[in-house]
Ligand binder design. Structure first.
Ligand SMILES: Cc1cc2nc3c(=O)[nH]c(=O)nc-3n(C[C@H](O)[C@H](O)[C@H](O)COP(=O)(O)OP(=O)(O)OC[C@H]3O[C@@H](n4cnc5c(N)ncnc54)[C@H](O)[C@@H]3O)c2cc1C
Length: 456
């Protein structure tokens, strides 16, 4: 593993009572190609200690609903099986975050965690550092190039970050170290006393059924887990990768990989996908790596360095200024949140986007741009449009609540972009319209696919 993936959050003191190395699995919920897991097991083997993998299941996880939990738990069923077949204990605790992990840390000699980029995830790690009676190491395996290695501050645009990533990719883009065999026997001690007051649970359909979470958002056809991700990727690679550069913006072509839900939950590694695409070569693979590495890691850069990333005022000065100058421009249509959410606009293309997201859990990437632009155009104010876009995105997208979602919404309001010709409502923010969709692909077909029947 490249040393820049390792961040020591706390080096001292050693916990002499420690009985195991604990890996707290949070954003990288996989066994395959997971450098944090590999490193944790290597450390456990060096110390002749067992490895325990802990997962804190928090039903009140902000903005998460049944759709998200069900997909995540499906993935964790496989993860548990994979770990236990390698002699590694997996403990899932139903507890407020990160209380379950703090308990497990009390008996750890060393705690290893993965790196999350959102402030909430960073705050949990800070709590762990305060409470753990042992060293804590964080391993950054969610991205190809560690965020601070790629760029030392917020990147203005992809044009700024791209050269840095292209230079570093040959160093960071190679096969992950394999998971070594576990040297110490399986840690079989009962955790009942240590976890008193919290409930150890087992991932599976019964757990999903028992969750006290928002159940108003239905399940999707996506199956969670590494195997589902990899099989679906391989099939897509055979049929569509070669045309990704020319067809990815056509929502009827199904030319996108569909990997974002899996990447969001860390069920598959971005490095694995990039390597597998590059193995095939060609323009399609190059365009795919641009999205998967440059665009995705620009989002991580955004949320890591910009503490206001989820607030309207995260936008650059020129965006705030131009939108402010045009805030009182007459709008052809003005919709309420309920009208947006229920896909009750005059625009069948917008309604189709919304219905695609609500029904399938994943809106096509090109349509997400149109969707966000129209929210800006037909909401009472840019601030409301911003908060409604994030609310809807995070509620219905299986890949929502992700740095990519915050950067994607911000892009619709000018972030990471440049000024364009001035017009009403948008000011100099880039504009999109229905005729543009019509010129690019068969928009009627897309509308027919998702507006063929009514949902509400
Ligand atoms: C308004 C708006 C909201 C968005 N919300 C989200 C979100 O909540 N979660 C999310 O993961 N993505 C979001 N995106 C980015 C992008 O649309 C999706 O990542 C992509 O459509 C996911 O589909 P895919 O995996 O089939 O993509 P593919 O085209 O197959 O791309 C492969 C991977 O590259 C990355 N990628 C592709 N396009 C982008 C992009 N524009 N920006 C950053 N990374 C990209 C993703 O990780 C994606 O899984 C949003 C974009 C916009 C404009």
């Amino acid at each position: 593993m490249h040393q820049n993936r390792l961040h020591w959050l706390k080096k001292e003191p050693i916990n002499a009572r420690g009985e195991y190395v604990l890996y707290w699995m949070n954003v990288d919920q996989r066994v395959q190609d997971n450098p944090a897991l590999v490193w944790a097991l290597e450390k456990a083997n060096e110390k002749h200690l067992p490895l325990v993998v802990g997962f804190n299941l928090w039903e009140k996880y902000p903005e998460a609903n049944l759709r998200h939990f069900a997909f995540m738990i499906e993935g964790l069923v496989e993860t548990q099986h994979e770990l236990e077949s390698r002699g590694i204990r997996f403990v899932m605790i139903r507890a407020p975050m990160p209380q379950g992990i703090l308990r497990l840390a009390q008996l750890a000699r060393l705690v290893v965690c993965d790196r999350g980029y959102l402030p909430m995830q960073r705050a949990w790690r800070a709590e762990l550092v305060r409470e753990a009676p042992c060293p804590v190491a964080e391993i950054e395996g969610h991205v190809v190039v560690p965020v601070a290695t790629a760029y030392p501050k917020e990147a203005y645009s992809a044009a700024v970050l791209r050269p840095a990533l292209e230079k570093l990719m040959p160093i960071f883009l190679h096969d992950e170290d394999p998971l070594p065999p576990a040297a110490a026997p399986f840690y079989s001690r009962d955790f009942a006393e240590l976890l008193e007051g919290f409930e150890p649970v087992v991932p599976g359909p019964e757990l999903t059924d028992s969750l006290a979470v928002d159940r108003s958002v239905g399940l999707t056809a996506f199956r969670g887990g590494y195997t589902a991700a990899w099989n679906s990727f391989e099939e897509w690679r055979e049929r569509h990768l070669a045309h990704y550069d020319t067809q990815r913006n056509d929502p009827n072509a199904r030319a996108q990989s569909g990997m974002s839900p899996y990447l969001h939950f860390g069920q598959i590694s971005a490095r694995r996908l990039a390597l597998a695409a590059l193995e095939r070569g060609g323009e399609g693979a190059a365009a795919f790596v641009e999205e998967l590495v440059v665009r995705r890691e620009l989002s991580m850069n955004f949320v890591w360095y910009n503490p206001a990333f989820d607030r309207y005022d995260a936008l650059p000065e020129w965006c705030l200024k131009t939108l402010h100058q045009h805030r009182n421009d007459p709008r052809e249509y003005v919709y309420s949140l309920a009208e947006w959410e229920e896909a009750r606009t005059h625009d069948p293309a917008w309604n189709a986007c919304q219905l695609e997201m609500v029904r399938t859990g994943k809106m096509h990437g090109y349509m997400r741009m149109y969707w966000g632009k129209k929210l800006l155009e037909w909401s009472p104010s840019p601030e409301l449009a911003w908060s409604w876009a994030l609310y809807l995105n995070n509620k219905y997208e299986l890949d929502g609540r992700d740095p990519n979602g915050y950067a994607g919404v911000a892009w619709c309001f000018g972030k990471h972009d440049r000024p364009w010709t001035e017009r009403g409502v948008y000011g100099t923010i880039r504009y999109m319209n229905y005729n543009g969709l019509k010129r690019k692909f068969d928009i009627e077909k897309y509308i027919d696919t998702y507006c063929g029947s009514t949902l509400f």
